[in-house]
Design a protein around this ligand. Structure first.
Ligand code: ATP
Ligand code: MG
Length: 434
């Protein structure tokens, strides 16, 4: 174990949240060990600001829960304790030990055990152990550094510090075995590589192709959580490229994975959606998963809708049915909550409604609560190179018109409308007066 004293690293208590410091000092005062671990230590050593603080301890979840009134035990695969301070949640995990490959008679603390499926997948991992054992159970070397807020030392059991210096993502232990235990680690590898701008170490990368199919066994709900982390952390564009490079996107969105390999427009559209999302996050603007999902699945829904139209369904009906089918199929892989799938559907259906440029109808559309997202989506399609006949520009100018002028826009032939052309209102009024 490599121990780095306080004067040889840059972590300062100043950058650790009060909640995390409180939890650690309380645990220590009760005779327990308590360390800051995971992403927070990694990000502090890189000079960044961690977004959340995870703590590892030798106290059991019950011990921790007993010490903090503002806490609750969660999880089944891993039992962890959430300690709440206002809006901040500190995640406290008990050191994990070596597992016993399902041999439940092994001498572990009572009631705590791990279970593996016949394929090596870890179903439960609640065997408790020491810091040394805990370190090798973590996923990446750069995520397995521990900071002791009592004596300010950093512990490095698995070479995480030198990997941080060399900017390398390395799975701890034998990568194939670690991916078999938990295939989501492959997604974590590409996510952290993209987010930190690190390279993926050779063995870590080489084991991915043979293990990738194991992602098919991950429950859709967990993949949805992972989807959010992959694409809504401000590095979606880079993450997408890594997922494509390692051929992993198809394990989240099967059809999209296929289409992006052969359709440049679809690829440009998804890339543009990712870049826009990153930009909005960088500017502290709100982002919704619905918009990104709408983009990721647009090539699929469009393809299906065209197919249904060719079979004789009217465009709106075809789009409606295609949306239903596309979302249904996607949810088999990544369970998209209804609060996101509903807006996705509306964004798609809106694309057809936006094709009609007509005064009163158009004015109503602008006031629709989904208009903004649908209009942004239209611009995205154009950004990706789709020829919509100037539709985006028409809607941009239309929104700038005063209400009175909006209502007077010509019903069709929209390209000429621009902003200024009036529909001879006076003459009509005169006619009406007669
Ligand atoms: P972030 O900044 O995204 O929160 P993080 O490294 O803290 O990054 P978490 O998902 O919060 O990531 O996980 C906390 C820690 O738990 C990780 O740093 C890692 O040590 C460990 N961990 C998380 N997921 C796994 C996994 N699937 N297998 C092994 N260890 C894991
Ligand atoms: Mg974290």
């Amino acid at each position: 174990m490599n121990v780095i004293p306080r004067d040889q690293h840059c972590i300062s208590r100043k950058h650790i949240s009060d909640g995390a410091l409180k939890v650690m000092s309380r645990l220590r005062s009760q005779g327990h060990q308590a360390y800051l671990v995971g992403g927070a230590v990694r990000d502090l050593l890189l000079g960044g600001h961690p977004k959340d603080f995870d703590i590892a301890t030798d106290a059991t979840p019950e011990d921790v829960h007993g010490l903090f009134r503002n806490s609750r035990i969660i999880g089944r695969r891993f039992r962890i304790v959430h300690v709440r301070f206002g809006r901040e949640i500190i995640e406290v995990t008990t050191f994990r030990g070596h597992h016993d490959n399902g041999d439940e008679d092994s001498p572990v603390k009572s009631g705590n055990h791990s279970r593996q499926s016949d394929k090596g997948l870890l179903l439960r991992d609640n065997v408790y152990g020491t810091l040394e054992e805990d370190a090798v159970r973590r996923d990446l070397s750069v995520n397995a550094l521990y900071y002791d807020s009592g004596n300010f030392e950093v512990f490095d059991q698995v070479g995480g510090l030198s990997d941080l210096e060399n900017r390398l993502i390395r799975v701890i232990g034998d990568p194939a075995q670690r991916y078999r235990e938990d295939p989501v680690r492959m997604l974590r590898v590409v996510r952290f590589a993209a987010r930190l701008g690190f390279d993926i170490e050779n063995r870590t990368a080489r084991a991915i192709p043979a293990c990738a199919h194991l992602l098919g066994e991950i429950p859709p709900a967990r993949l949805f959580d992972e989807f959010l982390k992959l694409f809504l952390s401000g590095h979606a564009a880079k993450t997408l490229e890594e997922l494509l490079r390692y051929d992993l996107l198809g394990y989240l969105f099967d059809e999209t994975g296929h289409i992006l390999h052969r359709d440049d427009y679809a690829l440009a559209l998804v890339r543009a959606a990712m870049a826009n999302t990153d930009q909005r996050i960088a500017q502290d603007k709100p982002v919704t998963p619905a918009f990104l999902l709408a983009a990721l699945l647009w090539p699929v829904v469009k393809h299906t809708a065209t197919h249904l139209e060719n079979q004789g369904e009217p465009p709106m009906v075809a789009m409606h049915n295609a949306a239903q089918q596309t979302i249904g199929e996607a949810c088999q892989q990544v369970s998209i909550p209804r609060r996101f799938s509903q807006p996705m559907r509306e964004i798609w259906e809106f694309q057809l409604r936006l094709q009609r440029r007509q005064g009163k109808k158009s004015a109503e559309l602008v006031d629709h609560r989904r208009f903004r997202a649908a209009y942004d989506f239209l611009l995205l399609r154009e950004q990706a190179g789709e020829d919509t006949g100037g539709l985006g520009q028409w809607w941009t100018q239309f929104q700038e018109l005063p209400m009175e002028e909006r209502l007077q826009q010509a019903p069709t032939d929209g390209d000429k409308v621009g902003g200024r052309r009036r529909r001879r209102p006076r003459k009509r009024r005169n006619n009406a007066e007669k």
